[in-house]
Design a protein around this ligand. Structure first.
Ligand code: NAD
Length: 454
């Protein structure tokens, strides 16, 4: 495929100014929602064929998120796109100053495999809302999900405006040689660095949504049952293949054993069973083996069952884990939850901070002092107090990482901003002109200038 030709066509289309028209954007967003709705069954079937993701989880964690994002954009697009007046300094009076959001132009959106639809389509929604043209490159790993997206988008949108290009490393490497006006990438840290380098060649701005080891810190004063229930849901949703899943637990020694019992109880009462047809598979053999290698049998408190044929791993709780263990060396991204304990919170914070800045951090506590201490002392992308993962659903919260977990953010208004350049304008009239700034520079002028500037 000639990628340069595709982007040239998108560039020519962008230059017609069609996407700068708000009505055009609204029409495209509405069209996207109806295309997705009309093809829901195909979307459910494709993702099930890829990793047995259930209809329920596909609706709640994929489709509902995309619909929500489109609905919010439709309500807010006029407000977000408006020019914003700001106050004008003395030196430019009489005059006006304002900021105009303008679309970056032709953008590339690359998605990860774990939520194959929304991780590609939600940034595309933001790009369309901001007035950009979009080339979307979903992850090739869930092949059926990638191809259904290509089919429904490419059959329903003009390629000059919105096109899906499928492919793996060779295709993406070629695609990245083309100059885009913005690249939005979701994926791993090593590939994020490749994207950043490719973008640098053209001085293309990037948003990088990456990963990391997100801790859940639990103090001894919590409601243990509710904490365990929320943790189990957040961890085993999509069988732990969630970038913001609690990667590991740091719990006060005083409640360590009780928490383990409660976690086990909640796993057992949920439907997370290898034999359940709705228990999501590990996406491929490579990840299955990677996860299997992390499980040290002598540290398994609960679970640990790996079914090679079905590519499933039962919810696994590991205890007695330390920071030097295999499971603590990389992001887990699967249904394994190591539980570490601490005597002193300060030590726990120091240990957590030795790892790279995580995408999320969760603190479960009733203490306002501890909550504030953790929120102040640990740098992380975003998170929740007394819950996990649910902050992702909040459209008014920008979603993104910091340090190794990413650059930039999206969701709602933050998504619009991510695909917009904010053009700053000073507007003067021809009414009057002060001579103070013009040469010759006399001492009288300097005296007046000093009086004015202060
Ligand atoms: P990945 O980096 O392997 O792949 C992401 C994208 O990059 C895919 O489209 C893939 O085709 C492409 N790609 C892979 N190798 C490439 C290469 N050498 N050159 C160019 N392109 C390449 O990531 P993944 O395995 O799909 O996803 C898992 C990672 O993504 C985890 O680290 C997870 O934490 C992170 N993630 C982050 C978020 C977030 O919102 N921050 C969401 C989901 C996943």
């Amino acid at each position: 495929m000639n990628y340069q030709e595709i982007i040239d066509k998108q560039r020519a289309f962008f230059e017609t100014n069609a996407t700068k028209n708000i009505s055009f954007r609204i029409q495209q967003l509405k069209h996207l929602k109806s295309v997705l709705q009309q093809n829901e069954e195909l979307l459910y079937n494709a993702i099930y064929a890829d990793f047995k993701k259930s209809k329920y989880e596909t609706y709640t964690t994929e489709l509902a998120i995309m619909y929500h994002e489109i609905d919010l954009a439709l309500v807010k697009i006029k407000k977000w796109s408006k020019k914003k007046s700001v106050s004008t300094g003395l030196a430019n009076l009489p005059g006006k100053t304002y900021i105009i959001p303008e679309p970056f132009g032709n953008v590339l959106v690359m998605g990860a495999w774990n939520y194959p639809y929304q991780l590609s389509i939600v940034p595309a929604i933001a790009a369309i809302t901001a007035g950009c043209t979009v080339i979307m490159k979903p992850s090739e790993i869930p092949a059926n999900s990638s191809s259904i997206m290509a089919k429904i988008i490419n059959e329903n949108f003009s390629p000059e405006f919105f096109k899906v290009i499928e492919g793996g490393v060779p295709e993406t490497t070629e695609l990245l040689k083309v100059k885009f006006d913005k690249i939005f990438f979701t994926g791993s840290i090593p590939v994020g660095k490749i994207i950043y380098q490719a973008a640098a060649k053209h001085l293309t701005p990037v948003t990088l949504e990456l990963g990391g080891k997100s801790p859940a810190i639990i103090t001894k004063d919590v409601n243990i049952d509710m904490t365990a229930k929320r943790l189990v849901w957040a961890k085993f949703l999509n069988t732990g293949q969630t970038c913001i899943a609690p990667d590991y637990v740091m719990v006060d020694k005083a409640i360590h054993d009780d928490l383990l019992v409660a976690i086990q109880r909640h796993i057992e009462s949920a439907d997370y069973k290898v034999e359940n047809q709705n228990y999501t598979q590990i996406v491929n053999q490579k990840n299955f083996e990677r996860l299997q290698n992390m499980i040290e049998p002598e540290k398994v408190y609960f679970g640990g069952h790996c079914d090679v044929e079905n590519r499933t791993i039962s919810p696994t709780i590991m205890k007695g884990v330390s920071f030097s263990d295999k499971v603590m060396q990389e992001e887990i991204f699967g249904p394994i939850l190591p539980v570490l304990s601490f005597d002193h919170l300060d030590q726990a914070i120091t240990d957590i901070k030795k790892l790279s800045k995580p995408l999320s951090c969760y603190v479960f506590t009733k203490s306002k002092t501890i909550k504030n201490k953790i929120l102040q002392e640990i740098s992380f992308g975003g998170g929740a107090v007394n819950d996990a993962v649910m902050h992702f659903m909040e459209q008014n919260l920008p979603f993104g990482g910091v340090g190794n977990s990413g650059i930039g953010s999206y969701h709602g208004k933050a998504g619009f901003e991510t695909f917009s350049h904010y053009k700053s304008i000073l507007e003067k009239s021809f009414l009057i002109e002060l001579n103070l700034k013009y040469s010759p520079y006399t001492s009288t002028k300097l005296k007046w200038l000093k009086r004015l500037v202060g």
